[in-house]
Design a protein around this ligand. Sequence first.
Ligand code: SF4
Length: 926
Amino acid sequence: MSLAAPHEIKSTCCYCGVGCGVLIKTDGQQVLDVRGDPEHPANFGRLCTKGSTLHLTATPAIARQVRALTPEMRTQRAQPRGPATWDATLDFLAQKFDDTISLYGPDSVGFYISGQLLTEDYYVFNKLAKGLIGTNNIDTNSRLCMSSAVAAYKQTLGADAPPCCYEDIDAAQLIFIVGSNTAFAHPILYRRIEAARLKNPALRVIVADPRRTDTARDADLFLPILPGTDVALFNGMLHLCLWDELVDTAYIEAHTEGFTELKRLVRDFTPQFVAQTCGITEADLLLAARWFGESKASLSLYCQGLNQSASGTAKNAALINLHLATHQIGKPGAGPFSLTGQPNAMGGREVGGMANLLSAHRDLSNPQHRAEVASLWGVADVPAVPGKTAVEMFEAVRSGSIKIIWIVCTNPAQSMPDQTLIREALEKAELVIVQEAFHSTATADYADVLLPASTWAEKDGSVTNSERRITRVLPAIPAPGEARHDWQIAVQFAQRLEARQGRHTGLFAYERAEQIWNEHRESTRGRDLDITGLSYPILERDGPQQWPYVSGAKHGKLRLYEDGLFPTASGRARFVLTPYVPVAEAVDARFPFRLNTGRLRDQWHGMSRTGTVAQLFSHAPEASIVMAAGDMARRGFATGDLVHVTSRRGSQIFPVAAGDDMRAGQVFIGMHWGEESISGRAHAGQGSTGVNALTSPAIDPVSKQPELKHAAVKILKAELPARLLVFGWIEEEQALALQLRLRPYLRQFAYASCTLFGRDRVGVLFRAADEVALSPELVREIEIKFGIVGPAVLRYDDPRRGNARHLLQADGKLQAVALCGDMAAEHWLRQYLQEEIPVAALGRALLMPSTQPPQNFKARGNVICNCFNVAENAITEALAQQDTLNHGSPAERLLALQNTLQCGTNCGSCVPELKKIIAQKVGQPA
Ligand code: SF4
C-alpha cells in the first residue's frame, strides 16, 4: 500500500440535506481528518456535531468490524450466507431475475433505494428498472421523507423545484419554521438563522410545532399546535390575511389561478375554529397571520412535520397557498422552502428515481414524457403503470406479487413504519438482495444476497442539496475489501441480465460516473432543472452550482419565479383546495397518547454510521420516551421507569423521561432507535423492534408518504424487577463486533438495549430487564463478553435478594462493571469508569450495597457540548458562579459561559440548549 502525502479532497457531508461541503484529509488510503469546506456556500466551513465527526466513522477498525467487504449469498433460506465472488453473485442474480421475470412478468421484482445514493447511482438504478426490466417498481426512502413536498410543489407551482436559496435566510424579515426542529435536524442552517437574527434584530421567527423544541424556545412566537392541525393553521392564517387585506390581489390576478374557490374554502376557517382545532390562542393566531402578511419578506422553512403525514401534500399545499396569496414568493427573503432530510433526496427527484416519476422531473402519467425518456434511453417504451411506492411495495412483497426485492443503501427493517408488515414481507420474499456498506443493519439480517457497496469518502459523483445546489463528490480513499460503487454494481448486473436475455443494447456501457452524469444532464435539456451548461470540470473549477444552469450560462439561478411565471400549462401558479383532515389514527380511550417521532441532535437515521461513534451517544446515551411531567405524575411514573408503549401494530418497552417540551397527552421517541440498539422479547404477540414497531403505515393519498409522525399509543408501567447492567471499556477493534455479538441477547429479555459510550476510548453498555429472576448462566455469558471473569474480579453477591456487583479493574481504575438487581450505584460507578477516576482509595466502598455515592463524588450529567466535552453540571456550576459575579442578560451569560467553558464555540449545535439552561436558571419562561 503506497501512501501519499496528506492532502485534502473536496466532498460533502453524507447526512442531512443542508449539503455542507467538507474537506477530507487523507493519505490516499485512510481518512485522517475532516473539516468544513470554507468555500462551500452551504456552510462556509462550519460543520455540526455529526459532520465534524465523519472521519471517526471511516476508520479501518470500523471497516473491519461492520463494513460489508465481500459479496455473500445463500441459495436456501435455512442456510447462513457464505462469501462468494462477484462473478458468481451477479450471475446468480441475473439468472434469478431472468427466471422470475419470465414466469411472473417484470412487476414481480422491485427496487427499494435511497436518498443517500449519489445522483449517478440513482440514475442507473432508475434506468435499470424502468428502461431495461420494464417495471416502475422502484421507490426510495425519500418516500418517507420528501414525497409530500414534491407532490405539493408540483400541484401548486407546476414543478418539483424549491424556489428559495439559503441566502433568503439573510434577506428574510420573518422566518416561519413549521414542522421542523431545525436546530437539531439542519443545524448549520440554524446557525445561519442565528447569525441573521444577530445582524437584523427586526427579523422575527415564528415556530409552529407540537413540541417546544430547542428551535421553538428560540422563537419570537411559538404556536404549540396539536399534531396534524397544520392545514387548519395555514387556512386560518390565510382567512385572517384576507380579512386584514394582507393578500396581494394584483399578484393573485396576474400570476395565479383558482383563488376564488380557495377563498370560499378558507371562509370557514374562523379564528375561533382554528384556535380551537390547533389548540392555540386566537391572539397568537392573529399575531402570526399579521406578522406573516405584513412582513416585506416571509420565508417558510419546513420538513418532516408537514411531510410525514397522511395529509402531507395538503399541509405543504396550504402553506404554499398562503405564500402565493400574500406574494411571499419569488423575491429575496421570501418563499416556501422545503428542507430536504437526506443528503441527496433532491438528486433522486431530479433523475426520477421514484415509482411515479421519470427522469428530469417528467411524469410517468404523461405519454409524451414517457416517449421522451424512452427515446433518450433508446428503448421502445417506458411502462405506463405506476410502480409500488414504499409501503405499497412491502405490502406487495408480503402478498407475494413482488417476489424479489433489491434494497440499496437503506435499512427498512429499522426505518419503515409498521415493522410487523416489513418483517413479514422480508421473510416472505423469494429473494432479498441488500446492497449496503454496513453489514450491521437490521435489514442485512434478512439478506439472501449481500452486495458490499462503497460509501462516504469513497464515492465519486454528485449530490444536490435543499437549495438546488449540485456539488461534485470526489473519492478520498479506495473502497475497502471488494466493495464496489452502487452504480457499478447496477451496471454489471444489467449487462449480465441483457446477456442472458440475448440483448446487447449498450444501454449500460458506462465506465465512469461522469458518463452517467452527462447522460442525466442531457435528459434535463429544456426542462425546469436544465443543467446543460454544467459539467464535472465546471463543478470542480467553479465549485457547487444551483440549477437551472442552462447552456452558455455563467451561473445557476439563485431564486425561482421572480418573474411570476410558473411551469404550468397556463404559466400561472395554482391554488389548491386544502380541506382540513384530522390525523389518520385518532386517539381514544384504549390508545390515549399521541406519539411523535423525530431526530435527536447527534444521531442520523438508523444510526448505521453515527452509531459507530461513541462520542455521538454522549448527548442522548440511551433510548427513551419523553412525556409531560404532569402525565407521568398522574400515572405514577418516575424518570427511568420502564414502560410498555403499545400501538395497534406493536409494542416496545422504553425508559420514560420527563420533558418540558411536551404537552399533556403527547409523547416523543427519537426515530433512530431500531432493533440494532433496543429490543426485547415480543410482547403480547407483537414484535419489539424499536420505535417503528409502533408507527403507522397510513399514507397520504397523493404523495403516498407514510404518517411516521403520528400514532396513537397506550403507555403502561412495565413491572420488570429483575435488572441487569453491564458496561465496560472495549478495545476499539472489538467494540462494534461485541455490540453485534450481543444483539441476539437483546431478545432474551423483556427489555434490553445496547449502546456505546466514551470519547477517547470506546465503551459498550448493555442494559436488560425482566419479569422473573435472571438466569445466572445468561448473565455470566454476557459478563464474559465484557471480560468480567476470573479471580481479579471484585465481587459482591446477594443471591437471596438477586443483587450482585462485579467489578473488573485495571491499573487502579474500573475496566468493566456488572450490576444485577440493585442499580443504586449505577450513576457513580458509570462516572468513575467513564472519567477513568482511580478507585483504589474507595476500598470496600466499591462493593458496599449503599444507595449513597462515595464522599466527594460530583455527578457530571449528560454532555451538552460534544465538541469540548462540557457536561450539564459544569454549566450549572459556571452559571452559579456567574450569579455571584452578577452577570446580566441571557445573551451576556451565554457569552460568559462560552468564554469560560468554550461550550458552543465550535459547531454551535449545543447553543440552543445552552440558552434553554440559562433561561431555566434565570427563571425566564423557556
Ligand atoms: Fe452534515 Fe450537519 Fe451540515 Fe447536515 S448540517 S450536512 S449533518 S454537517
